[in-house]
Every structure is written in structure tokens, then in C-alpha cells.
Design a protein around this ligand. Structure first.
Ligand code: BGC
Length: 723
């Protein structure tokens, strides 16, 4: 991004500041030695990497194959510093408080790639403020079923939405001189027994869905790093899966960056060394130098494989100019107002209004006298899910505080404290009767298991632990319950029975069981985990300062059994196998193929205004891309943003093909009455399908039908073209 370039280039003025900190091996007397090529900031990264590689001994190279916690290994003899890593993906979280951004699922719900770019750039700046070289994000595993404990970190069920969101985020991060890490490669779609459960899927499914998000992100943004997943894929652990890593990632996808392990995801030294794993994290156990050396000596691992791993580490360092400047930029405040503003804007854009009976929302502050607020997540901030992504914000209001800050004087806000499992008593219920609205904040959190400090959130599910999350929690290391935490459904029903103006606000990484309570909720807002600005954004939406514009990045089933993957993802009874037998018919692809009505379709979300879409047209541009134009008019009385979604109909009716798939989308802000033509571009490569028999990609050819509309089940516009 050209606007970002000065940030990357300027610090080159400090060339060799870093190297000056790391003394060279010797400074022998005599005539000055020529400057080695790797020290020349103007030399191409490839040349510098090759030069430095040639100066390393085998022992030094072997040391570089393992980390030291959250850093790479320095080689001080040659002035090579350690490169610092940080989780990721919702904040530069490893060194104390930081700006906490909305969870990935909320960012995806914005359907706004430029916004994802802004978030990436803001996190990149936060990294620079902390001297971080490598951000361990974004996570782009697909949302295959609602229970997967890390769905909240990812970008939903569709590979195009995930890939485009990721690409924008990665470009943003890397524009700040920080490497982004796409993770977890690959098919880590559950947390349950994640070291053991093999993700077993056919190649077409793997390529068209689960790898496609990675493929798009790599093609469109060139992430400098990738992280493998814990799980085996078709029986072979990802960290030693040669097909995944060498043949596909580094071969077909052309990934030139550094492939690191997940933390403690290594199982076999020779398998990893020959299977494409460049760096073992957090420390060298399987890549303990003597172990690797023995394999090199015996010929089981070629020296060339070691060189390739080290070369990748060096190459990204030179591409990012890490040896040419000090990575920590002290001019950037750690609690950066521009980051806070980006976090708040993303929280605003990702909220999804799912139900709004009788136009209950927005509540008009001028007409209110009394609001009741209750539920487990009402009076403390719920900013993120649990696990390695947990970021401790500098400041984050609770929903109660955010609403109080926004309500005019004279409007009473009655906050009823939550007592786990206990329903409000009769006098509290009496007080709710006449309230203008009852706002119930329900969903997951991880109270009581949230330690302070840099490892906050890493609370459960260590290596080898077969963990089932407590019913209140959602986070890494365990899969969650489908039902709301104990007491929530009863609370909604009870409150709704005395006050029909009941607004349910949900914190979760995806869908939850709704049957017991949805009838009582006059309005439903999916708030996901909105980061530090989540509560403020929510209050703004409830009271009409912000018009909601988020759309679901996943399908919401009426009952868990309707989820296409239901019955064959791992549980305590079937702890070892994850059988992807629904194939391509995952998420909306499956609902559409089987004619099952979701509760809320993929891509769905309400607005306080009304949009009209018309005149979808398509043309092939000289560049080869397909340019789509659609007219959008704000036909309502409030300003707001509209998402246009374009789906391609299957031209190949063979078994197991989804009827239609998302191929383009965009978002536009319009004032009341304003009309604009929106231009979207579609890369024909994204239309290709995998031919399992021929074992190859088949480009789309012949007649193509595209349909556009507001969500996957409402596509009134159509255009046909011939490719
Ligand atoms: C997670 C990774 C994370 C790493 C370092 C692992 O448990 O799976 O996503 O980057 O820890 O914290």
C-alpha cells in the first residue's frame, strides 16, 4: 500500500542500528574488509539471504530450526538478531495490555475487506510499538460446525470471504514491516483432542474449501509466514505432511515464506524435516540440533532441506528489512488512539441484527424512561474468546457502562446483577414490566478461568489434554456447548413473559441453540466478541447512532442436527476421527443442496434502512477479471451500509457440487435516497473446480450464471455470461 510505504522505508535510515546492537564475531586489525552482500540494504533480499546462508555453519543452521519461546534464534556472530513473535490475531497481546480488536468472526461479519486491511495495518502498528517482527495471525480455518472452540478467531464458513478478509488483513499487517502468519494449516476445524483427531476429507473438498482460503490469501497478499495445525490430515500430522507443505503450499501455491509449527505440534523429526516444516516452536524439541544432525549425517535428511528452511527465515527478514532498522518504533504509543478508533469502527461494522420484530430497534433515547439490563455478560466487558488470542485491553467498557455513557440524563438504566442460574426475583420482574425495553446480554465468556498477565487466556487444553470447555466458556483447546450457558434460556423466557420488548444480545463465535427462547426475543443482535469497542458499538446500534450492517459469515441452523457436518465431527464418544463426509456440501452449500431451511442464512443481516438492488451486469476486463456492476439505492430513511453478495451457480452438476457459491461481494455506504453503481471484481481463478478423477483444476468455461442479492437465500438479480 503506497500510503504505508514511508513507515517501512523511513526506518531504513537507521540501517545497521540493529546490527550495531549485535556485535560481529571479530574486528581484526588491518584493511577494512569489504561489506558483505547481506549487509547491503540496497541488495535484493534473495541475494542477501543467499549470502548470509553461505556464511552460516551447519551447527548454526540447525540452531535456527527451533525457537526460544516467542522468538527465533539469533546468530550473534553474524549480527543476526532474534525475531520477536506475538499472538495474534486480535491484538499484539504478548507483552501486556494492547488494543483488543473484534474477533475474526466479527471482522468477517463486516464483509468489508478494506476495513480488514485497516485492522491489519493497525495491529501492525501495535506490533511496531512493541518491537514485534512476526504476528501470529490471521487464523483462517473454516467454520464447519458451531461447536468448534476457535470459530470465533476465524473468518466464517466460506473460503472466498475468509481468503479475501485474510488477504486484506495480511496486506495491512505487512505494510507496517511486520510479517503476518496464516494459520492453522490445515483443516483444524475442531479443538476437541486436537493433537490426535485426524481430519479425513477427500481431495476435492480439501482443495475447494479448506485450502482455498489459504490459497487466496497467499495469492493475493503473500503472507511471510504460515503456521501448521496440530491435527493430522488424512492420517499424517500437518507438521510433517509433505503433501500439504511441500507439494501444495510451497509448490503449487508458491508460498516462499517461513512455515512454523504450532506450539508443541511436532511429532517426528525426519517427517518434519523432509515434510516441509521450517521452524519448530516454541523450542527445538524434535528439532533439537543433535537429533537433526544425526539424520543429516545418516543421509535421512538432505542438507539442502536444512538450507531451504534457513533460507526462508533469512529471506523474510531481508524482505521486511528487519536487519536494517530497529523494529520497535517508540514514536507509536502502545495505547494508540488510531488503533482504538480502528477497533471501534470494526466493532460497529461487524454487529449483526438478526431479528427486529415490529421495528423495536433502534430505541429512541428521547422517548425512553426506563431500560432494564441483565444477563451474565451485561456488567463486565466481554471482549474476546479464550486461549492464545486473548488480548488484555487498556480500556473496555461493559455494556452497562457503554449504555450509561450514551443515554440522556433522566433515562433510568436498571442493571440487575446476574447470579449464576438464578432467575430475577418477583420484585425485579415486577420492575421489568413497565420498562421501555429489557436488554439481555447472554452468551459465552470465560469467567474464572482468565488469568492475568501475558499468558492470560491460555487457560485450558494444554498438549494432549482431552478437554471439554465449561458450559460458560468458548475458547482454544476445547469445543463448546451448543446450548447457551446454564440459566440463559430460562432468563430470556422469563423476562420475555413480562416484557415483550426483550432484546437479546449474544456473545459467541457462531450459532447457538435458539429453539427454547427465540420466540420470546423481540430483537436479536449477534455481538460475537467485539474487542474493546464492542460494548460501545453495541450501545450505538441499540440506540440508533449506528445502523447495523454486519452479515452472518456462517449459516445458522434451526437445530444442531441440521448442520451438514452434524454427526461426524469428533466428540467424547468419537474422540479420534473427524470425518468430512459432507464434502463440499458444508455450511450454506449443504443447506442449499438439501433444501434445508436455515434459521438465519449465510450472509443474512438486517438494517434500519432498506436497500434496492438492480441491474446486475458483467463484463470481461482486459486483465481477465470479470467486472460486475450493480446499482444500489438506499430507499429508506436512515443512512447505512449495504452488502451485495454475488454467487455463481454450478455449471457442473456432478454429484456433491453445491448449487451456488459466493464469488464476489462488496459493501457500500449510502445516505437516504442516495443511489450508486457498485463495481465488484471476480477473479476467474476463483471459479475453477477440482476434478478428482483427472486430479487437476478445471477452469470455468462456457455459460456462467451469477446471482446477486442481500444474502445467500435472497438473490433476485441474475446475469449470464460466456467465458
Ligand atoms: C495456538 C496458536 C498460537 C500459539 C502461540 C497455540 O496454542 O494454536 O494459534 O499462535 O499457541 O500462542
Amino acid at each position: 500500500m503506497s500510503t504505508m510505504a514511508p513507515l517501512v522505508r523511513l526506518p531504513i535510515l537507521f540501517a545497521w542500528a540493529a546490527a550495531a546492537l549485535a556485535p560481529l564475531e571479530s574486528a581484526a586489525a588491518g584493511p577494512a574488509a569489504p561489506t558483505p552482500a547481506y549487509r547491503d540494504p540496497s541488495a535484493p533480499a534473495e541475494v542477501r539471504a543467499e549470502d548470509l546462508l553461505s556464511r552460516l555453519t551447519l551447527d548454526e543452521k540447525l540452531v535456527m530450526l527451533g525457537g526460544t519461546g516467542f522468538t527465533t534464534q539469533p546468530i550473534s556472530r553474524l549480527g543476526l538478531p532474534a525475531f520477536i513473535m506475538s499472538d495474534g490475531p486480535v491484538g499484539a497481546r504478548n507483552s501486556g495490555p494492547t488494543t483488543a480488536y473484534p474477533a475474526g468472526i466479527a471482522l468477517a461479519a463486516s464483509w468489508d475487506a478494506p476495513l480488514a486491511g485497516r485492522i491489519g495495518a493497525a495491529i501492525g502498528r501495535d506490533c511496531r510499538a512493541r518491537g514485534v517482527h512476526i504476528l501470529l495471525g490471521p487464523g483462517i480455518n473454516l467454520y464447519r460446525e458451531p461447536l468448534s472452540g476457535r470459530n470465533f478467531e476465524y473468518f466464517g464458513e466460506d473460503p472466498l470471504l475468509s481468503g479475501k478478509t485474510a488477504a486484506a488483513y495480511i496486506r495491512g499487517v505487512q505494510s507496517r514491516g511486520v510479517a503476518a502468519t496464516v494459520k492453522h494449516y490445515a483443516l483444524n476445524n475442531q479443538e476437541f483432542n486436537r493433537h490426535e483427531v485426524s481430519s479425513d476429507a477427500d481431495e476435492r473438498t480439501i482443495r475447494e474449501l479448506y485450502l482455498r482460503a489459504f490459497q487466496i490469501a497467499i495469492r493475493d497478499a503473500g503472507p511471510k509466514a504460515a503456521m501448521c495445525s496440530y491435527n493430522p490430515v488424512n492420517g499424517v500430522h500437518a507438521s510433517q505432511n509433505r503433501w500439504l507443505n511441500v507439494d501444495v503450499l510451497k509448490g503449487e501455491f508458491g508460498f516462499t515464506g517461513l512455515l512454523m509449527s504450532d506450539w508443541e505440534s511436532c511429532y517426528d523429526t525426519a517427517g518434519m524435516a523432509n515434510g516441509g516444516l521450517d521452524l519448530e516452536m516454541p523450542t527445538a524439541k524434535l528439532y533439537e540440533p543433535a537429533r537433526v544432525k544425526a539424520l543429516v549425517d545418516s543421509g535421512a535428511v538432505p542438507v539442502g532441506a536444512i538450507d531451504d528452511k534457513v533460507r526462508r527465515q533469512l529471506r523474510i527478514a531481508f524482505e521486511m528489512h528487519w536487519l536494517d532498522r530497529v523494529q520497535e518504533d517508540r514514536s507509536i504509543p502502545k495505547d494508540d488512539p488510531s488503533s482504538a478508533a480502528a477497533a471501534l469502527d470494526a466493532a460497529r461494522a461487524g454487529l449483526v441484527l438478526l431479528k427486529n420484530s415490529g421495528g423495536l430497534l433502534p430505541l429512541d433515547p428521547a422517548k425512553l424512561r426506563r431500560i432494564v439490563l441483565l444477563g451474565p455478560n451485561a456488567d463486565h466487558p466481554v471482549t474476546g474468546g479464550g486461549g492464545s488470542s486473548w488480548a488484555q485491553p487498556f480500556h473496555a467498557p461493559s455494556v452497562a457502562e457503554a449504555i450509561r455513557a450514551l443515554l440522556p440524563q433522566g433515562v433510568e438504566l436498571a442493571v440487575i446483577p446476574w447470579k449464576a442460574g438464578a432467575l430475577p426475583d418477583a420484585s425485579a420482574l415486577q420492575g421489568m414490566k413497565g420498562a421501555d425495553a429489557a436488554i439481555l446480554c447472554v452468551g459465552f465468556d470465560f469467567p474464572g478461568v482468565r488469568p492475568a498477565g501475558p499468558d492470560a487466556g491460555r487457560a485450558w487444553g494444554g498438549p494432549g489434554i482431552l478437554f471439554v470447555a465449561p458450559p460458560e466458556a468458548e475458547g482454544e483447546g476445547g469445543d463448546r456447548a451448543y446450548a447457551l450457558p446454564p440459566g440463559c434460556a430460562e432468563l430470556i423466557r422469563t423476562v420475555a413473559s413480562v416484557n415483550p420488548r426483550t432484546v437479546v444480545v449474544l456473545n459467541a463465535g457462531g450459532s447457538v441453540e435458539t429453539a427454547p427462547w427465540i420466540g420470546g426475543a423481540a430483537a436479536l443482535v449477534h455481538a460475537f466478541y467485539g474487542g474493546q469497542g464492542g460494548a460501545t458499538a453495541l450501545a450505538e446500534v441499540l440506540f440508533g447512532r449506528i445502523n447495523p450492517s454486519g452479515r452472518l459469515p456462517f449459516s445458522w441452523e434451526r437445530r444442531l442436527e441440521d448442520c451438514p457436518a452434524y454427526g461426524h465431527f469428533p466428540t467424547r464418544d468419537h474422540p479420534r476421527s473427524n470425518d468430512y463426509r459432507e464434502g463440499l456440501l458444508m455450511g450454506y452449500r449443504g443447506f442449499d443442496a438439501k433444501g434445508v431451511e436455515p434459521l438465519f442464512p449465510f450472509g443474512f443481516g438486517l438494517s434500519y434502512t432498506r436497500f434496492e438492488l438492480s441491474r446486475l451486469r458483467a463484463e470481461k476486463a482486459a486483465s481477465g477479471e470479470i467486472r460486475l456492476t450493480v446499482d444500489v439505492r438506499n430507499a429508506g430513511s436512515r443512512a447505512g451500509s449495504e452488502v451485495v453478495e454475488v454467487y455463481a451457480e454450478s455449471g457442473r452438476p456432478e454429484a456433491g457440487r453445491p448449487p451456488r457459491e459466493l464469488k464476489a461481494y462488496g459493501k457500500i455506504f449510502l445516505k437516504p435516497g442516495q443511489a450508486e453503481s457498485m463495481v465488484l471484481s471476480l477473479n476467474p481463478a476463483d471459479l475453477a473446480t477440482w476434478d478428482a478423477a483427472g486430479h487437476t483444476w478445471v477452469p470455468a468455461a462456457g455459460k456462467l450464471t451469477l446471482r446477486a442479492g442481500e444474502h445467500s437465500r435472497d438473490l433476485p438479480l441474475r446475469v449470464d455470461l460466456t467465458l
